[in-house]
Design a protein around this ligand. Sequence first.
Ligand code: PLP
Length: 341
Amino acid sequence: MIDLRSDTVTLPSDEMRQAAHDAEVGDDVYGGDPTVNELEARAAELFGKEAGLFVPSGTMGNQIAARVHTEPGQEALVDAKAHVYKWEVGGFAQLSSLQVRAYDAGERGAPTPEQVREHLKEESLHIAGTGLLCLENTHNARGGIAIPKADIDAAAQAAHDHGVPVHLDGARVLNACVALDEDPADMAEHVDSVMFCLSKGLGAPVGSMLVGTEEFIAQATRVRKQFGGGMRQAGIIAAPGLVALDNVERLADDHENAKILAEGLDAVEGLSVPTPDTNIVVVDSEEKEMTSDEFVALCESVDVLGGGFGEYHTRLTTNLNVSQADVEEAVERIGDAVESR
Ligand SMILES: *Cc1c(COP(=O)(O)O)cnc(C)c1O
């Protein structure tokens, strides 16, 4: 089985299991887990921020950030295809009492400063003011787009000019940094907080990180507790996260494999597959008159797994457990299956 459903399906390496076994632990709710503390310090340093917080999931990290940055009744400005809007179960509304203003950030996934200004709302007797701009990099639903630092900076600057804080949903921001050869601290320079996932391309079994100022992280720690995310001997799961941080440069392999996969499938008649920026390959099977459900089923019949991504679009994600030989094999199997359909 070649599993390309997501980069979350990766299994922890022997080194990660060993690190979990050997981890020095304590009660992290009391700040007493040295392994968690080390992971939080390393994450903060990597992104050039004052402090870090280990959270159980990327979703919780984003939701905590929204709560800390805003007041109930404000607006959160997000792309209509943002993860926080599409796939976090309406959390902004329920957990932070935010009204979401979803606009179209365009194919490349980042708003222009003009777009940001156009959608920012000044609070008044009648109007909910904007309390947060949320950006996403890489942009998942738009096909793993790696957004350059300059575009993140420009959008963030436009928000800051109006006193609006900026959170970066950077579940895969390290993929963007590797693809663009950008230092994570530079990428994060003008955003107030960043969430990134250890459990995706980096291969850890559990966990994400939130980074920002000391004050932001102090408040985030309280909100994490309130959301039920205060963990005790969490060093057991933080230790594989430390190993995962050694996997950053390896993300380039996933990107290379994604290009091979995309080029191979694009050559199959009836499929259209743009060259990916990172590890997310989006296959358009409309010309072959195959819905995504049909294409996913066809892939499954030849032991390749993918995920639906719109009516005629399917997402295939390269990951740590998939080699170049695997993606070449996937191209061959899918190509044969599509041609004989
Ligand atoms: C996966 C993902 C998340 C959420 O991470 P979980 O750990 O699955 O909760 C948030 N944002 C983006 C862009 C993602 O791809």
